[in-house]
Design a protein around this ligand. Sequence first.
Ligand SMILES: [Ca+2]
Length: 342
Amino acid sequence: MKAPFLAFCAFALAASFAAAAPVRLVFDTDITGDVDDVLALAMCHTLADQGACELLGVTVSKDNPLTASFVDAQNTWYGRPDLPVGVVRDPAAQKRESRYLSLADSPDYPHDLRSNGAAREAVDLLRELLARAEDGAVVLVSVGIASNLANLLQSPGDAHSPLTGAELVRKKVKLLSIMAGAFAFANGTNYHLEANVINGIGYMQTVANEWPEEVPIVWSGYEIGENLPFPRRSVAEDFGYRTPHLVREAYLLHSGPEHDRPCWDQSSVLHAVFPDRGYFGLSAPGRVSVDDDGFTRFTPQGRGGQKSGRDRFLTMTPEQQARALEAIVHLTVRPPRASASE
Ligand SMILES: [Ca+2]
């Protein structure tokens, strides 16, 4: 090969890496019951610290009076005390107890957003974040019930934008990376009814039915996280750079020290920010529908007259499983940038 050609290749390679602008990420979470949401939010902050994403805001899809306070405590812990936080105010959204949200009241975790009443309403915040973003720039990560997404889709034009919610999504969103459903043998059955769907079936049906055809959705089914157990040894050993540690405390209050909690929610964050790194495979394109009992049914494009290719779901080989879990662990336990220089 001639030197000029090699030089051109090096230039092209550098240009292609330079073109990878940070993902504009919005994290929609039901941070109440399970603790994988806390670990997934930790990942979002680490990825923002290293410039892989720009974290625009966090919205909460389930109802518990401590959600805004806890999320702000975690955002403050990770050096982003002013990151906007939105909470669901839809009375139909599931109310949920929590084993760990009371950490928000601990003096160990200072922050200034102390109540849900002082937080933004989630759909209003989502509309503002989308309206202000460049076209086609936003990646939405959803790791809970779909109350906020459904209400966003059905929202009318407002002071942020004259566009409807569905039009805003079509114009501004690049990808929805969502943890919901099941698309393979999972939890001992081929008919697993997954919690993020069955705790708000109507919301998930709205998303499946009304999400714009032009905006891809990648679903992480229950079977993905089920095969990514967060190692208890990492919980025991990797958060010692600061004591107490909000993420470790939350994990222990939820799962205790003798459990490897599946990384359901973290899988959707990892794919959202690094979709081309081969951590996961993707199904053929097709369309997900949500049955009235909450079963998520995938129909490949071209099968049975299915025209849509909007949806894909994650797949995972044993080699990908090992790589994805290692990446998730490292991105979860990394010290915040602010404390790294202390
Ligand atoms: Ca969740």
